[in-house]
Structures are given as structure tokens and as C-alpha cells.
Design a binder for this molecule. Structure first.
Ligand SMILES: Nc1ncnc2c1ncn2[C@@H]1O[C@H](COP(=O)(O)OP(=O)(O)OP(=O)(O)O)[C@@H](O)[C@H]1O
Length: 246
């Protein structure tokens, strides 16, 4: 599988504490990956480094066809290069409809003048309908985002990120606060999204990770402790000791 993102030997110390310790991580172009680990394992710091929010002390982070270094790029350039991030809390525009939220996300990725052409507008309407289908919100296009359930808001935000057609989507605890049915639908959205891009899901909920049915990376003290299928990592003695057995 060809690599989209390659993190090699990355370390980051905060006030003498090694949050990331010689971390190496690689993700393929079309891959769904779950990242798990106990509190303080470095999951958030890892995402902060990939998105340019935090600069590591050492190591390399290479991305894309040309193996571009993300460490030389600003947060906004990294986002423009196709790395999208979904934070834990949904941040949709509550007073706007689902359609308006998705259209705005699409316009943001097409530039300010695209809306001037009626053909472009028709295409946008088509794409919005398509996106709404992908996230299961086609029946709620004209509802205000503020009226949606917590789960639906999360899906809308995922749709807004997909509107920008990222090559790599980082998703932080998407299942938190969701009902079992909502979790199942979230699984479907992420599995589908990862057919055409790389999706990295940071998640605490082991059952949710199991349903994603993908390779799992276990972080501990800023390094990879184990990697493989959910059955492989949950049977690993080191993982049981530091994470599952607690
Ligand atoms: N800006 C910062 N300043 C100081 N310490 C920090 C900073 N960011 C993270 N840390 C520390 O680095 C360690 C790793 O934190 P991080 O948030 O990456 O872990 P995590 O795996 O995301 O944990 P959680 O599951 O609790 O979100 C923690 O001990 C945290 O206190």
C-alpha cells in the first residue's frame, strides 16, 4: 500500500515531560486506522503535530506524493494540502440549515468566485445532496443545524470536512456521547470515507474500534506500543498491562 503520511522518530517534550517519544507512524492513501491509548499517551499531541499546531523537537513528518515535510508548513497550508481535522465537539453553524452548512463548506474549498457561475451552483447543489446522502442527512437538508441531535451534528461536521475533499481526515473521539444506533451509523460513514482517503480515528471506546474493523495503533508514553488487528492488540500482554487491565 502506498504511503500518504510518514512520521519518523518524532519527539516532543513539554516542560521536561516527553509527550511524544521517538514516534514512528505510517498511514496508507486509502486506509482506516484507529489510534487508541490511555490518557496522556500522546494521541492529541500526535494530531497536533500532523496538523501543524505543535512543532516537534525532532523527527520528520512527510506527506503526499512528493514526501513534502509538514514541519515546514503553517497550519493553514497543511489544511489546504488536504489534511482535515474533526475535533471532539461539533462546530456547525447552528442557525444555518444543513444545506447551508454543507454549501458553505463546499464554497470554502472552491474559492469565493465559484458561486458566481450558475453551472457551478448547480454542481454544488448536486454535491451537497450527494454529501448529505453520504452522512445520512438527506432527509434533514432544510432543518437548522441547531435542531439536530448530537449525533447528527457530528455527521454534519464530518460532511463539511468531506466537502473539502481531504486526503487525510483526523477524527477525535467521534462516538463520544452517541447512542448505539448513532455509533453504528458513524462507523458506516468513516468506513465509507476511508475508501477514497486516509482516515485516522482516535477513540477510547473499544467496542466502537472493534466495529471499525481496521488496523489499530496503540500509543503509550508517546510511542507505538502495539499495532495490528483489534484481536492482535487486545491479546498483547503489554497492552493488557498498560491499558486494558487498568
Ligand atoms: N501544551 C502542553 N503543555 C504541557 N504539557 C502538555 C501539553 N500538551 C500535552 N501535554 C502533556 O503531554 C501528555 C500527552 O498528552 P495528550 O493530550 O497528547 O494525550 P492523549 O493521549 O490525547 O490523552 P487523552 O486521552 O487524555 O486526551 C500529557 O501528559 C499532557 O499533560
Amino acid at each position: 500500500m502506498s504511503t500518504l503520511l510518514e512520521v519518523s522518530g518524532v519527539s516532543k517534550t513539554f516542560d521536561g515531560f516527553k509527550a511524544i517519544n521517538n514516534l514512528s507512524f505510517r498511514i496508507g492513501r486509502r486506509e482506516l486506522r484507529a489510534v487508541i491509548g490511555p490518557n496522556g499517551a500522546g494521541k492529541t499531541t500526535f494530531m497536533d503535530i500532523v496538523t501543524g499546531k505543535t512543532r516537534p523537537d525532532s523527527g520528520t513528518v512527510l506527506y503526499g506524493d512528493k514526501g513534502q515535510s509538514l514541519l515546514a508548513m503553517s497550519e493553514s497550508r497543511i489544511a489546504q494540502a488536504g489534511i482535515g481535522r474533526k475535533f471532539q465537539r461539533p462546530t456547525v453553524f447552528e442557525d444555518q440549515t444543513v444545506r447551508e452548512n454543507l454549501t458553505m463548506a463546499l464554497d470554502g474549498s472552491r474559492g469565493p468566485f465559484a458561486v458566481l457561475w450558475s453551472r457551478a451552483t448547480r454542481e454544488a447543489a448536486h454535491r451537497v445532496a450527494e454529501l448529505a446522502g453520504e452522512i445520512g442527512l438527506d432527509g434533514t437538508l432544510d432543518r437548522k443545524a441547531g435542531e439536530l441531535s448530537h449525533g447528527q451534528k457530528q455527521w454534519l461536521e464530518i460532511g463539511m470536512l468531506l466537502a473539502q475533499n481531504p486526503k487525510l481526515l483526523l477524527v477525535d473521539e467521534p462516538a463520544a456521547g452517541m447512542t448505539p444506533a448513532e455509533r453504528e451509523h458513524t462507523t458506516d460513514i468513516l468506513v465509507e470515507a476511508a475508501k477514497t482517503r486516509a482516515v485516522v480515528v482516535v477513540e477510547h471506546d473499544m467496542e466502537f474500534v472493534r466495529r471499525l474493523n481496521c488496523k489499530v495503533t496503540v500509543l503509550h508514553e508517546g510511542s507505538v506500543l502495539a499495532e495490528g488487528s483489534i484481536d492482535h492488540v487486545t491479546a498483547d500482554e503489554k497492552v493488557i498491562e498498560v491499558y486494558l487491565g487498568r
